[in-house]
Design a protein around this ligand. Structure first.
Ligand SMILES: [Zn+2]
Length: 142
């Protein structure tokens, strides 16, 4: 009986677009930004890149996204395998194998991302400095 009432309450909250965790106003995947940040930290740690600018950029994206396509995910270096140069001359482009798969959707039942492994290769780009990363990211990540 409790489960039925819980499900009704859950559906009611989802219709009202309230956070499923704290019932504050939510946006994408029915969580508020505060709960999304907790989820981010649970998945990636509080400071995944160990660089304030990059970590703040990632957290900002994580809170602002309204579609899974807009998400920029932190991939720890140790999850990448078979890193290979594409451009030998400039040494700036590489590809690597990443077996986790990219995020394709939000799974409301598991309260986590759904992943899809279409191709397990990812493109890596080496930036000289953070300014280049943030200057180029607008076009590079589209
Ligand atoms: Zn919340």
């Amino acid at each position: 009986m409790d489960n039925i009432n819980d499900m009704k309450s859950l559906k009611h909250q989802m219709k009202k677009k309230l956070c499923l965790i704290c019932r504050f106003k939510s946006n994408f995947f029915n969580w508020c930004n505060k709960c999304k940040l907790k989820h981010f930290q649970f998945n990636y740690g509080e400071f995944p890149s160990e660089n304030n600018e990059i970590d703040n950029f990632l957290k900002d994206i994580y809170c602002k996204i309204e579609k899974s396509k807009e998400l920029i995910e932190w991939i720890p270096y140790n999850e990448l395998e078979k890193i290979t140069f594409i451009d030998e001359e400039s040494s700036k482009l590489y590809y690597a194998s990443w077996s986790n798969g990219y995020i394709c959707d939000w799974n409301e039942n598991k309260l986590n991302w759904s992943r899809k492994i279409k191709e397990n290769q990812v493109l890596l780009k080496n930036f000289e400095n953070l300014e280049d990363l943030f200057k180029q990211n607008v076009s590079f990540f589209k």
